[in-house]
Design a protein around this ligand. Structure first.
Ligand code: AMP
Ligand code: GLY
Length: 423
């Protein structure tokens, strides 16, 4: 089968790598792709956001499955348009993608379906929001409603900071995403990521992971898209997973199906494991980046077959996804300046040497210049390795990272610290 993969990050490189291993694959196309993805796919140029051009490409190349990596095209309704034209798509339609596209949408759905999540209120003006801050105590969490590339959340420790955050959002600090906001109660606990595959009706767990959002060691410094991850995340034990499925994920999927707007694809639940049990922090409607990289390392099945079955509403007939019992870790190498303005153009070398002992390096922000690999984004490489346990996976990932020649690169040295301290 011919498959089109959309996206250009480390997540999409991991997906391309796994899709390319499938005996069911005839040819993989990717747009816009990156030099790592190019090892597994033919890179094609389809104008970003041009749904008509995407459909034309799929018709011309008889694409039988479209895999949409990032959230923006999903929230923009690309899956709807492809489905209307008869294509099988992995990824939700626009309305179901509101789970990520609007924080208020998700909170209202949680209220309707009695899903455990932080107490909240929605606002569309600073005048209404500021007096309500007093209902939440401190710290208080203030969120831009719409997509803000992972940056639209402020945790305010003082009333002054909270008011400034509210004012800033309505002043356009996050653009249109902040035209509405959600104020919510601060939850205390440990965070973990849970993934579920959904074909509209059937829901199947697809692994756990823990990300590291802050740029610096010891979880310090600015928020990023994620500086490293590992899977599985033992804090999400079988009992917690049962609770997450029963109390959070299944009611979400049922509510959307009952509304006539079923969810299709991967549902990524960001959870807070509180004293009273798991609570939903947020949903994403696509794989996590870099969580996807560690899931793909551990996943043992045929990804083309699995994604196609989901796209066709046939997940119920598939055997349960199998994962390696080993641990996987990925460490992000970022370019100096990230998460502010990263330095671009630095040469990258010795990838093969770093991969020699079984590590896998996924490209997140690289470009090819005169045949040489250079950094072209904030998060540049995802150095990923497996091991019998988390410590072995960690040692393998860090020993590979030391071999990579990337002068402007930096990385966190403590990925997995919570779990490693426990074990
Ligand atoms: P989000 O973009 O919704 O993932 O939020 C970014 C980060 O803010 C999360 O990963 C949490 O660390 C934190 N966060 C969001 N909502 C809450 C909350 N209600 N209580 C505590 N921390 C939160
Ligand atoms: N790593 C967090 C995310 O993909 O949203």
């Amino acid at each position: 089968m011919n498959v089109l993969l959309l996206g250009s990050g480390g997540r999409e490189h991991a997906l391309a790598w796994k899709l390319a291993q499938s005996p069911k694959l005839t040819k993989l196309f990717a747009s816009p792709g990156n030099p790592g993805i190019a090892e597994h796919a033919e890179i094609v140029e389809i104008k970003d956001g041009d749904h008509r051009a995407t459909i034309d490409f799929c018709l011309k190349k008889t694409i039988e499955l479209v895999v949409i990596g990032p959230e923006a095209p999903l929230v923009d309704g690309l899956a709807d348009n492809l489905r209307t034209m008869g294509f099988a798509v992995f990824g939700p339609n626009k309305e179901a993608a509101q789970l990520e596209g609007s924080k208020g949408f998700t909170k209202d759905l949680c209220a309707e379906a009695n899903i455990p999540t932080a107490r909240y209120e929605r606002f569309s003006s600073a005048e209404a929001a500021i007096p309500a801050l007093a209902n939440f105590g401190l710290p208080v969490v203030i969120k831009a409603d719409g997509l803000a590339a992972g940056k639209g959340v402020v945790i305010a420790e003082t009333s002054a900071d909270a008011e400034a955050a509210v004012e800033g959002m309505f002043d356009g600090n996050f653009g249109k995403a902040g035209a509405e906001i959600v104020i919510e109660e601060f939850l205390v606990g440990e965070e973990a990521s849970f993934f579920a595959l959904v074909d509209g009706e059937t829901v199947v767990p697809f692994g756990t992971a823990q990300d590291h959002k802050r740029v610096g060691d010891g979880d310090t410094g600015l928020n990023t898209g994620g500086m490293g991850a590992y899977s599985p995340a033992p804090v999400l034990d079988d009992k917690s997973i049962d609770r997450v499925m029963t109390e959070i994920v299944k009611p979400t999927v049922e509510t959307l199906a009952n509304r006539g707007t079923p969810f299709n694809g991967v549902l990524f639940a960001g959870l807070m494991l509180t004293e009273s049990g798991p609570q939903l922090i947020e949903y994403n409607v696509r794989f996590g980046d870099p969580e996807c990289q560690v899931l793909m390392m551990r996943y043992k099945g045929d990804l083309v077959e699995l994604m196609y079955a989901i796209a066709q509403g046939e997940l119920g007939g598939m055997e349960k996804p199998r994962f390696s019992a080993d641990s996987a870790m990925t460490v992000v190498m970022a370019a100096k300046g990230y998460p502010g303005t990263p330095e671009k153009g630095c040469k990258i070398d010795k990838i093969e040497a770093a991969e020699a002992k079984g590590a896998k390096i996924f490209h997140a922000g690289t470009a090819s210049e005169d045949g040489k690999l250079v950094a072209s984004g904030g998060r540049v490489l995802n150095v990923t390795a497996m091991g019998k346990n988390l410590k072995k996976a960690r040692d393998a990932a860090y020993s590979a990272i030391e071999k990579v020649d990337f002068a402007d690169g930096f990385y966190r040295s403590d990925i997995g610290w919570r779990e490693l301290e426990r074990s």
